[in-house]
Design a protein around this ligand. Sequence first.
Ligand code: TPP
Ligand code: MG
Length: 804
Amino acid sequence: MSEKFAEETQKLSFQEFKKEILHDYNTAVISRECSILGRREVLTGKAKFGIFGGGKEVPQLAMAKAFKNGDWRSGYYRDQTFMMAIGELTPEQFFAGLYAHTDIKAEPNAAGRQMGGHFMTHTLHEDGSWKNHLQQKNVSADISPTASQMPRLLGLAQASKMYRNIDVLNKTTSFSDNGNEIAWGTIGNASTSEGHFFETFNAAGVLQVPMVISVWDDGYGISVPAKYQTTKENISEILKGFQRDENNKGYEIFIVNGWDYSKLIDVYNQASTVARNEHVPVLIHVKELTQPQGHSTSGSHERYKSEERLNWETKHDCILKMREWIISIFENEEELITIEKDAKKKVNVAKRTAWSNYLQDIIKAQKQVLNLLEKIADKSDNKPFILKLKNELAAIKDPSKKEVLSTARRTLRYLRDENTAEKTQLIHWIENYNKEQQYNYNTHLYSEIDNNAKTIKEVKPIYDENAELVDARVLLKNNFDAILSRYNEVVIFGEDAGKIGDVNQGLEGLQEKYGELRVADTGIREATIMGQGIGMAMRGLRPIAEIQYLDYLLYGLQILSDDLATLRYRTFGKQKAPLIVRTRGHRLEGIWHSGSHLGAIIHLLRGMYILTPRNMTKAAGFYNTLLQSDEPALIIENLNGYRLKEKLPSNMGDFTTPIGVVETIKKGTDITIVSYGSTLKLVEDASKELIEVGIDVEIIDAQTLLPFDLHHDVLKSIQKTNRLAIIDEDVPGGASGYLLNEILNTQNGYEYLDSKPITITAKSHRTAYGTDGDYFSKPSIEDIFEGIYALMHEIDPITYKKLY
Ligand SMILES: Cc1ncc(C[n+]2csc(CCOP(=O)(O)OP(=O)(O)O)c2C)c(N)n1
Ligand SMILES: [Mg+2]
């Protein structure tokens, strides 16, 4: 027993000490039994896939002991023992996750939306408002891409720093007690090869935030050994340079074997103290872990581990080692044997209960369909066919919803020529069941609560009589000033966002006014800038995270797509991160400065709002709208708009731009043109030239791509003009393809068109450099003029004679 541990334990009575250890042992054994039975459930076909925490139990007991109310975890699929140890996962819930039970009460980790092993706790009340995070243990919802838990972890840790050090923030809130909360990260050894790990690691060292990263090191990443993963095959060895010393801030680094229960408890205690009190990040390299059942239920580790390694793993199984240690102290095996026997029984019962709970509603649905089919068959000319479907469904012992519903739907095909009350009943049953299941599988992509961003009413900018005409960046800056003074929880950060107030000076002077924490420079690291935002937004702050240019969003896009955009959906509305991402783009020149790839963005970021204001007044209004609600969004300012003049409104911070509402910026009769962002300026110029040849276009600014035109105003325009053109700076079929689908299919615009809808877009390649590069890559005024003119020529070749 280590000295510190002995000291700690002296404080407890012997009985308490023993009780605690046996309680921990019990948790470990129950967790292991879940892994073993879980694997069996997959192999017998009851569950699709399983990835478990076997071999990683003991260090998680230690982490759970150091984990306090108010703390946060951002981890991965091995952490079931931790979840059990903090009281947030029962064996029954473990199996409900494995079966993908869609009842959030039975399966609180994802309501069946994620594969088992992806954990969370609920940080929101039923009505979508924040819970008190200090009264619970907080687990940010896991995602599958390896190391993607790291950027978020940085933000979760940074929130503590903000709560402790920002003067205007309340030190004690339902989110923080003076920043005393630690963000605990877990990651597999092989996943430390990912860029996200290194980027996060460096950033946390720079920021000095209370973050404790545990690396569960089992020497492998699926089949690939450390030799191919990590320089020197040793992550703590190569990170030694991060160790803090008298002269430099940095990390505390601990190395400990994953089977050494008492040492682990020491280490986690020390880590907790240093991170919590001093806000120093900590790495705990937990070595010599094993994977007794292999990586997951797909495949077996005997295929790639040597016999020697397999033998070593058997001997170093952390539960076995803990067992040996307990016996060495208490000199008695009896209690352990009882615990082990009870665990087997308990987990078996939990498994059965979870399965029958999961199945009961489906069996009920199966019975309903069987009854209906029997009645329908009796009256149908297609009786034999319907009975065949019925019998096939009846033969399924453990049916899926899919099998039940699909049988019901296929039956309808045999009733095409019949009209009975029973058929109507079946149709109602299908509709109701579909509706129920849509609630289970298709809800919560965006907020469904009353104050969601789409419901925030428009407040128009007010202009005094002598309203000043200013560079638009000044307007934006004044609005950010109003925001920072109004919302103490707003923090703005990004590359060059601090001292110089961003590359276009939309934040000029605001760091001086609001301090280095609230208006901050960051390193060049887009993925973790996004992660900082996500983590802080999960903890009640309102971060505005800046990506310097839209083209560099790609570095952060994966995190936005996998983590932020899926958050509400994958948590069944039980977690949120209302992050605002600020960037600038549109119509620039050069392959990596054109800022045009909206198609890619809108398809990968469903779950966020994508806002494309045509000027800075509109942009400022979007920030104001978003801060009155609680959903994540990307705002793309026009890079060529900062020096254009705009009138300064007098109601800074108050005026809002509505989300999902288009704006008609020029009325016309001949054709409806839809565009957005900087391209609108060209469309407006082209429209003036078109008027000269007698073509009067109506121009609609989409304003928000996600969501697009909730009131179907474009349709109303098409009903008048009967023609449609979409002008887009993105590649052919990119954002224009999306807009076409929205207008033609969602809005049924095709019904009112008298001509083929046209799109005028950029070329397929990225944008060439310079004025001419732009001219030949993206739609020009001439392209727009000629495209519209050609359409009119087709309709009326006499009036609109061929140009060339
Ligand atoms: C970005 C990404 N690439 C690949 C995978 C597939 N994958 C899942 S787990 C895994 C190995 C992870 O190994 P390690 O980090 O050591 O964790 P362990 O499973 O050993 O605990 C891989 C490659 C993934 N989930 N995400
Ligand atoms: Mg591993």
